[in-house]
Structure formats: C-alpha cells, structure tokens
Design a protein around this ligand. Structure first.
Ligand code: ARG
Length: 459
C-alpha cells in the first residue's frame, strides 16, 4: 500500500507519479539524516523544557530517533520516494515506532527552518573536516620545503625565466594561499553557525519556544535574528562554495606547475608512479593524471558556485522550493574538496625533486641580469642606465651563446666602466638568492625562518 501524502487532507487527487519523482529530494538529501536527527532531538528537548510536549513524549521521541539512527547506520532504513525528503521519511518512521509522540515532534517547526538547520549542521561539520585536510596538506608542503631552501630553480614571470629562487620559496607561496583559504573557511563558519529553528515556516511560531536553548544544545553561536531571512537565504552555502572555488583555483595553478615541471622539457620533478597512469597506445608515457584532474575538477566547483548564485537570484522572500536545489552542488563541492585535498597531501609527500635540472634551467635564461643592474646602481649608476647597460650585455652573451658569468671582465667593462672583479659573485645563482635577504625574500635563511613561522602557526 502507498503511503498517504502528508498533506492529503487538502487535496482532491494524489500527486502525479511524475511530479513525485520530480519534486522528491530523498535520493540525495538522505545525506543529511544524522544532522536531521540531531536537530530533532534538540528541538524536542526544548519543547519538553518549555512544557509544549510532555517528558514522556520526549523520551519516546529520543528512543525512536535513536533506533532510526541505528537503522540508518546499519543500512536497514528504507527510504521512500513517496515521502519526498529526508525529513518526512524520518518523521514517518518515528510515528510508526512511537505513535503520537512522533506526530508531536513537528510542533512549532516547519521543514523550512528544519532543512536550513540541517544544512548548516552538515556544513559546519564538513568545514571542520576540510580545515584538518588543509592543515595536512600545508604540513606536507612544509616537509618538502624544509629540504629545499638551497635548491635553486628559475622563477618565472610570463613563463619566461625571470630571477633565481629556491624551490622551497616557490612551495611556500602555496602554503600562504592555503593559509588564506583556511582563514576564509573559518570566517565563513561563523556565519554558517547560526540557528534557523524557531523561524518555523517563515513568521515564527505562537508556541512559547526558547530558541537560544536549542542553539546552545546544537553548539550554534546564536540564532538567526529574522525568521524570514532564516528560512530563505542560502548565502552561507554560496560563501562556502566561493571559498571552495578559491581552494580549487589555487590547487589548479599548482597542478599546472606540477604538470609542466614533470614534462621532460622541464624535468624538475617526478611524481610518484601511484599518482600517474600510462597510455594504452604509447608505451613510453607516464601521465600526471591526478594534477590534471584537479585542474579539471576546478571547473565543476566553479560551476557549483554559479549554480548556487543563480539559484538564489530572483527568489522572493521567504522559502521557495528552488532552495531544494542547493544540496547537490553543495554536497559535490564538499566531496570534491575532500578528495582533492586528501590526494594532494599524499602526492606532495611523494614528489621526487631533480635539483640539477632546476639549476641548469636557472642558468639558461640570464636569471641574474637584474642582479647585475642592481650592482651597477649600487656603484652609482641611475637604474635606467644600468638597465640599458645590462640589456646590451645580455645581447652580447646571447650572440656568443654563453651566460653573463662567462664573459670576461674586460668585455663586461665595455658595457659599463663601473664593473669590477667583484661582479662575478653577483652573477652567481647563490649570490642572487642570498642578496634577497628580507622578510618575504628568497634568501635561504629567510625562507628557513618562514618555514619555522609556518610550522608554529600550524601547531
Ligand atoms: N526538501 C525540502 C528542501 O530541501 C525541504 C523543505 C520543504 N519545504 C516545503 N515547504 N516544501 O528544501
């Protein structure tokens, strides 16, 4: 026999099968089940504390919900499409188990404030998990960086060799990005962590409820202050997804670099075999599939952000069924971030660095030309004149097919009489790095200090 629709009293005919399937969300929102139960227990506790339901009812509700929780964990709970969503499925089962007490649970509550509460509880939980995963990735970056404060590679602008930097310095740039990503999530969490329950359908409820009590029970920092806003806005989900899009964007940039560095043309690193695949036709291939997929999956998270923004735009107050569509983009964003962060930390730990290839690339693009210009400035030449003199020297070296450091002192002096024997130290890669000796610079001692500060910040 089919379940009777919850609202069948009002309707002259049953909802069409096609419509049932179109409007049902239980296929995906069952993911909220544990949070739905958590919210219901707190709500019932408040109803009893305010003498809206009896202690007996509360105990029955708790017992029933406890059993439902076990059934769900054991995979024995039967989800019914006829019961539309996670909330009605659980409530129906509760009523079957404990009778009238189950029917009293929904007193002073609507699915509108219920679902908003569930999503916030879910998201708060997931944010805490993601923060842990970001820390693990940051820690993997620090472990790798600590070994490479003296490993010199070319730094690029426009993907052209610019100035020498250490590999550690490059890695630490991503540490900083992830640090801001974590800060953003922590900030977003504050706005997620507010209780909608008590808003009921939209206007509040006529029962003498205590919203702060429920907020305390559920660990919320406070209540949503306006009932219409509480049930209708999903800005917290949009904000979270924007944080997620930035995390993915950072990892996508990093991925692009790993892919380039692993290409034989660069040959700066090797990614462990377990993160790569071969080709079905070309026996020599080892493809960096994981970073490529991270780059690709960034597109889907960016898409979810646009989906949620579009979902919200144009909705009049208060709750509209449109909001049911918030879940799949949100769930998929969480899932994608979780998997990506987890795999990334492992992949970073397994990177094999090839310092010789990095060094020879740094020697190829006149990476110390700026150092020569700075040298001339320190000898009294105006910077623009120094720039011009060095440009001439680079042209000379290019024609001869050698590095700046290979030009004899007499030849260098054609470009400026300020040049003396001490110039060769400036032209060395090590000299170039060591001279950038200030906070944020690539000098090995500065980067080592940055790594120490970073480690402390994670502790
Ligand atoms: N399944 C719905 C959702 O996800 C729950 C709220 C439904 N409220 C309503 N008045 N139809 O948004």
């Amino acid at each position: 026999m089919q379940d009777k629709d919850t609202w069948s009293g009002r309707f002259a005919e049953p909802v069409a099968e096609l419509v049932k399937r179109y409007t049902a969300s239980v296929g995906f929102d069952h993911k909220l089940a544990m949070f739905d139960i958590q919210g219901s227990v707190a709500h019932a506790q408040m109803l009893a504390a305010c003498n809206i339901i009896s202690v007996q009812d509360l105990n029955d509700i708790k017992r029933g919900l406890g059993q439902i929780e076990n059934e769900i964990i054991a995979g024995e709970f039967v989800w019914s499409l006829d019961l539309e969503d996670v909330h009605l499925n659980i409530e129906k089962r509760l009523t079957t188990l404990v009778g009238d007490a189950g029917k009293r649970l929904h007193t002073g509550r609507s699915r509108n404030d219920q679902v908003a509460t569930d999503v916030r509880l879910y998201l708060r939980h997931e944010i805490d998990g993601l923060l842990e995963l970001i820390r693990a990735l940051q820690s993997a970056l620090l472990d790798l960086a600590a070994q490479h404060t003296h490993t010199i590679m070319p730094g690029f602008t426009h993907l052209q060799v610019a100035q020498p930097i250490s590999f550690a310095h490059h890695l630490m740039a991503y540490f900083e990005m992830l640090k801001r990503d974590a800060e953003r999530l922590q900030d977003c969490r504050k706005r997620v962590n507010r209780l909608p329950l008590g808003a009921a359908a939209l206007a509040g409820t006529s029962y003498p409820i205590k919203r702060e009590y429920v907020a305390d029970l559920l660990g919320f920092d406070g209540v949503c202050e306006n009932s219409l806003d509480a049930v209708s806005d999903r800005d917290f989900a949009i904000e979270f997804t924007a944080c997620g899009a930035l995390i993915m964007t950072h990892l996508s940039r990093f991925s692009e670099e790993l892919i380039l560095w692993m290409s034989p043309r660069f040959g700066f690193i090797d990614i462990a075999d377990r993160f790569c695949t071969g080709s079905s036709i070309m026996p020599q291939k080892k493809n960096p599939d994981v970073p490529e997929l991270v780059r690709g999956k960034t597109g889907r998270v960016n898409g979810h952000l646009v989906a949620l923004l579009t979902l919200m735009k144009g909705q009049p107050l208060a709750y509209n069924k449109d909001n049911q569509e918030d879940k799949e983009p949100l769930f998929d964003t969480v899932e994608t971030l979780t998997q990506t962060l987890r795999i990334y930390a492992d992949m970073i730990a397994g990177i094999k660095v090839k310092p010789e290839a990095m060094r020879s690339a740094a020697l190829q693009g006149y990476a110390t030309a700026t150092d020569l210009a700075d040298y001339l400035v320190k000898k009294g030449l105006p910077f623009r004149d120094a720039h011009e003199a060095v440009a001439q020297a680079v042209r000379f070296a290019e024609q001869r097919g050698c590095d700046l450091g290979d030009i004899s002192i007499a030849e260098l002096q054609q470009f400026s009489t300020h040049i003396a024997g001490d110039v060769y130290q400036v032209l060395s890669l090590e000299g170039s790095l060591a001279s950038r000796d200030h906070i944020g610079g690539t000098a090995p001692n500065q980067v080592a200090a940055a790594i120490v500060r970073a480690r402390n910040s994670l502790a």
